[in-house]
Design a protein around this ligand. Structure first.
Ligand code: ATP
Ligand code: MG
Length: 413
């Protein structure tokens, strides 16, 4: 579980505000749910035989003896809330959320015990049109951050329950023939939840099942049409994708469309965004049958991508303008406050703690400010301000106080 320090919190803020902008751009509305839920909710939705429920949940008894769990993901809570407040039945919803999730995993680069997900969930629309919208929305996020060339889209269809059942039988037969090459987890899952074996992170297991039967050969007619329709629309929209017939996702509630955005720039934890359709979950959690599709994005992985690929100093500087003064502190205070009135978009930091100009300018430099304002008795007397660019090769200049805001705006942007 990480502290988010000032050296990177500005990048987080940029990420959060850009994400908010993109979802607003598509007419999605925010939903906020509690960080703890009843343990049963996650067991019933994510599935008993999954990594999350088997070994990753932070579960505890509260004072009443009720079993509670820190949420490991956002979809189950969203459906729970939607059912509880009557948001889902017979209507369409386009929702998003952002916040901390908790999984007791082995911490490593891109994998933490408290991490943050940004996600969207849509309800009440069963056609591939909404699958495409959700994927386009995620693609627009990469575009907004300038990292479209760093991520690739993989898609697959899990089909209907019956199609998966038929596939399951074929897969189990295939796995049984290779049992000696599977690890303990996979052998257990072969019995309890064989599709999960395809999702194994063990490279030896992956190699052993390289030519496993393909789910796509077992799809029911409707899922087949849905999938080919989706592929067609993605192509029309100019979105490149790879069909990966091994993509099954680590949670039980998915059907039909599943997708992941993966990157090669982060090493082993390459999935930055993952989602799909989950038409059965609303009913399974006590609501009326409602089609649904969504995704969740790992925000740490997104921030890691940005800090790996781009200069992020700009995000994380404390100030644009640093106001220094000698002997005229009251004048300086007035000037700084006036600037905050007239330039609310600028970050204006006023030097505190005294010292000569040299010392104050050193401090100014440390804040990352682009301009310093110098105020001495001469400036105070004549209502002037001296402006000193701190980056680049601009000249120091003294201007009338009334012209200061405009001068700074020109220098900062
Ligand atoms: P993985 O295969 O990496 O374990 P998952 O299938 O468990 O992922 P999801 O439950 O689909 O992941 O979560 C969606 C996204 O959230 C992931 O693609 C990833 O970007 C991010 N994520 C999941 N677990 C973690 C974690 N422990 N730390 C940081 N990010 C995570
Ligand atoms: Mg996982």
């Amino acid at each position: 579980m990480n502290d988010c320090l000032p050296e990177v919190s500005g990048t987080w803020q940029r990420v959060e505000s850009t994400l908010r902008q993109v979802v607003a751009n598509y007419g999605y509305q925010e939903i906020r749910t509690p960080i703890v839920e009843s343990t049963d909710l996650f067991k019933r939705s994510i599935g008993e035989v999954t990594d999350i429920v088997e070994k990753e949940m932070y579960t505890f008894e509260d004072r009443n003896g009720d079993s509670l769990t820190l949420r490991p993901e956002g979809t189950a809570s969203t459906v729970r809330a939607g059912n509880e407040h009557g948001l889902l039945y017979n209507q369409q919803q386009r929702l998003w959320y952002m916040g901390p999730m908790f999984r007791h995993e082995r911490p490593q680069k891109g994998r933490y015990r408290q991490f943050h997900q940004f996600g969207v969930e849509t309800y009440g629309i069963d056609g591939p049109d909404i699958d495409v919208e959700v994927i386009l929305l995620s693609a627009r996020i990469w575009k907004a951050f300038g990292i479209s060339d760093q991520v690739t889209l993989q898609i697959n269809s899990l089909g209907s329950n019956e199609a998966r059942q038929n596939y399951r039988d074929a897969l189990v037969e295939y796995l049984k023939a290779r049992a000696e090459k599977l690890d303990e987890d996979s052998l257990r899952r072969m019995e309890t939840n064989p599709l999960r074996v395809l999702d194994s992170k063990n490279p030896d297991v992956q190699a052993a099942i390289a030519d496993a039967p393909s789910l796509l050969d077992y799809l029911d007619e409707e899922s087949k049409t849905h999938f080919s329709n989706l592929c067609e629309r993605l192509t029309q929209a100019g979105i490149q994708y790879q069909v990966n017939s091994r993509l099954v996702r680590g949670l039980d509630y998915y059907n039909r469309t599943v997708f992941e955005w993966v990157t090669e720039s982060l090493g082993a934890q390459g999935t930055v965004c993952a989602g799909g359709r989950y038409d059965g979950l609303v009913e399974q959690l006590g609501g009326k049958a409602t089609p649904a599709v969504g995704f969740a994005m790992g925000m740490e992985r997104l921030v890691l991508l940005l800090t790996t690929l781009q200069a992020t100093d700009e995000d994380n500087r404390a100030a644009d303008v640093y106001v220094t003064s000698m002997g005229v502190e009251t004048y300086a205070l007035t000037v700084a406050e006036q600037l905050r009135d007239s330039c609310p978009e600028l970050r204006i930091m006023m030097h505190c703690g005294g010292g000569n100009f040299k010392k104050q300018l050193k401090r100014a430099d440390k804040t990352g400010a682009t301009v310093a304002v110098l105020l001495g008795s001469d400036e105070a007397e004549k209502q002037l301000a001296t402006v000193k660019p701190l980056r680049g090769d601009g000249e120091q200049e003294t201007v009338a106080l009334s012209a200061l805001a405009e001068k700074l705006a020109g220098l900062v942007n």
